[in-house]
Design a protein around this ligand. Structure first.
Ligand SMILES: Nc1ncnc2c1ncn2[C@@H]1O[C@H](COP(=O)(O)OP(=O)(O)OP(=O)(O)O)[C@@H](O)[C@H]1O
Ligand SMILES: [Mg+2]
Length: 509
């Protein structure tokens, strides 16, 4: 029997912090909770990313909820990717339960019931603040990566973006992008060829097909205006609680390409717009991705590389990323190796493969004199987890089997009437949910084509008149050909291209 007092001292000194911290629960030894041996994560290292893993029903989502609401409580805003729609209850207080009181008595911290400010967001037709971005903001490099274009096709994409930029044709939605590609292989092909070289119709055809595929996943809902300003994720309410922004993604499960696109765009935009934080005492924003295997599932290796590099870079902006998934192997190694906080719930050993995975998982945790890690992994109960964090010096804390605290907010979802009330009171919905389809490449090119057709018709009519005149009386007047100079007339709309592109291009290299 290990010495309980010694263990208590080991945990409390290992988890002591100078600055503010979030308490996750109390450490357990040989299956017993050691009251007041609190397991705490310093705010200072919460931008160092993390993983919440474990078999189904072991408490991953509740751990996410606990972290999110405690961050909010400290005035730190949170962004949650809610794949199953089970997080809206954060907006209402927990009704409490004797089991929760027992849990907290064992941990040694009082249970408080509390609700948190919530904003519901969406990237599809669901209720909530519409998250959108323009094609221009993505830039040709990222769009090419998302569409998985070949090098030659990416080159064409770069030319088309440049052409639109030079001719003040805003690329807002996929309709604009399709239009310029069609234009480049049809009415505008000579015009573009004279400036940038010829574009093969086979290449533009291939690009078009890929855009249509993205559209079929609902990409047309996501691209366009009004573009979401990432600053709106950083709101704090009048009582100093950080907003918990919940992106409802229940209808995204079968559309992995759209989800990875959205995540990548969001992270890139955050990276581009947030200021550098230096050595900060607390994160600016913490993002949780529940069911995170979905962003990596079916994503191309180029996209995964992209996500890996953003994960690395975004830390310096004070943004922490937390992946929630059943098996740590769902997350690529390059991402796993960058994660500071690990909360591993129970794993179940049904098959030989499971047992192998458990051994492997155990090896990725710090060694401990108090635990046989692989045994603990299968013995953990619901709402218990092996925790390893980074202390304020960035050194891993002692491994602690932890009885996790319960969420202060409701563990169940909102009733439809409660959800309606929440949506009705949203200031951001008023700001973002108006459909705008301002004059952009699509309309401008259509106009240009129309004007060119009219000019052509006029010219033809004039020529016919001339010919008729010529046949009666000889006329020496000749008309100047003006068909190709109509561009300038119609291209007067201001460009809205933000300079995210430059930053992204740098990141991608
Ligand atoms: N920290 C906790 N405090 C109190 N109860 C908890 C806690 N964690 C988990 N539970 C209980 O366990 C149930 C399952 O938890 P949760 O939904 O978080 O599991 P999960 O690992 O996300 O499952 P899935 O893989 O199916 O999404 C909860 O509904 C709750 O009753
Ligand atoms: Mg879950």
């Amino acid at each position: 029997m290990a010495n309980t007092q010694e263990f208590f001292d080991y945990i409390t000194s290992g988890y002591a912090t100078k600055g503010d911290a979030i308490t996750l629960g109390a450490a357990m030894l040989e299956g017993k909770t050691i009251t007041n041996a609190l397991v705490r994560v310093p705010l200072k290292t919460l931008n160092r990313h993390g993983l919440i893993a474990g078999a189904t029903g072991t408490g991953k989502t509740k751990t996410l909820q606990v972290l999110a609401e405690n961050l909010s409580d400290k005035g730190i805003p949170v962004l949650l990717m809610d794949m199953k729609g089970d997080l809206s209850g954060i907006a209402e207080p927990s009704p409490g339960h004797v089991k929760i009181d027992e849990r907290h008595a064992q941990i040694g911290i009082p249970f408080e019931s509390k609700k948190f400010p919530v904003e519901i967001l969406t990237i599809s037709e669901q209720n909530g603040v519409r998250l959108r971005a323009t094609v221009s903001e993505f830039g040709p490099v990222l769009i090419s990566r998302i569409l998985e274009l070949s090098e030659a096709q990416s080159g064409v994409m770069a030319i088309l973006f440049k052409y639109c930029d030079d001719h003040k044709l805003p690329l807002l939605d996929l309709k604009d992008l399709k239009k310029i590609i069609q234009y480049a292989s049809d009415e505008g092909k000579d015009d573009i060829a004279s400036e940038y070289g010829r574009i093969s119709p086979a290449t533009s055809g291939a690009i078009l097909r890929k855009i249509v595929a993205l559209e079929q996943q609902g990409g047309d809902l996501f691209f366009g205006e009004k573009s979401f300003e990432t600053d709106d994720l950083l709101r704090v309410n009048d009582n100093g609680l950080g907003y918990i922004n919940i992106v409802r993604l229940t209808d995204i499960q079968d559309r992995p390409q759209l989800f990875s696109t959205f995540m990548l765009c969001l992270l890139a935009e955050i990276y581009a717009t947030f200021p550098e934080q230096g050595d900060s005492e607390r994160p600016e924003l913490v993002i949780f991705i529940d069911e995170a295997h979905l962003i990596f599932k079916e994503a191309s290796s180029a996209l995964i590389n992209q996500i890996e590099s953003i994960v690395k870079l975004i830390r310096s902006k004070g943004v922490g990323l937390y992946f929630v998934t059943q098996n740590p192997t769902d997350v690529p190694d390059a991402v796993l190796s960058q994660l500071g906080l690990k909360v591993q719930h129970a794993l179940r050993a049904f098959t030989a493969k499971d047992r192998k995975a458990i051994k492997l998982t155990a090896e990725n945790y710090p060694l401990s004199d108090y635990y046989e890690t692989d045994e603990v992994l299968t013995a953990l109960g619901i709402g218990e987890a092996l925790v390893s964090a980074l202390n304020e010096k960035g050194i891993p804390t002692p491994l602690a089997a932890t009885l996790m605290r319960a969420p202060m907010s409701r563990m169940d979802v909102l009733e439809p009437s409660e959800l309606k009330e929440l949506l009705d009171s949203s200031a951001l919905i008023k700001k973002y949910n108006e459909e705008v389809d301002r004059e952009s490449a699509y309309e401008l090119l259509n106009k240009k084509i129309e004007t060119a057709h009219q000019e052509e018709a006029k010219e033809k009519a004039a020529q016919e008149r001339d010919a008729a005149k010529k046949s009666t009386s000889r006329s020496s007047s000749s008309r100047s050909r003006k068909t190709t100079s109509t561009w300038e007339k119609v291209l007067t709309s201001p460009t809205v291209i933000r300079s995210v592109l430059g930053i992204l291009t740098k990141m991608i290299k």
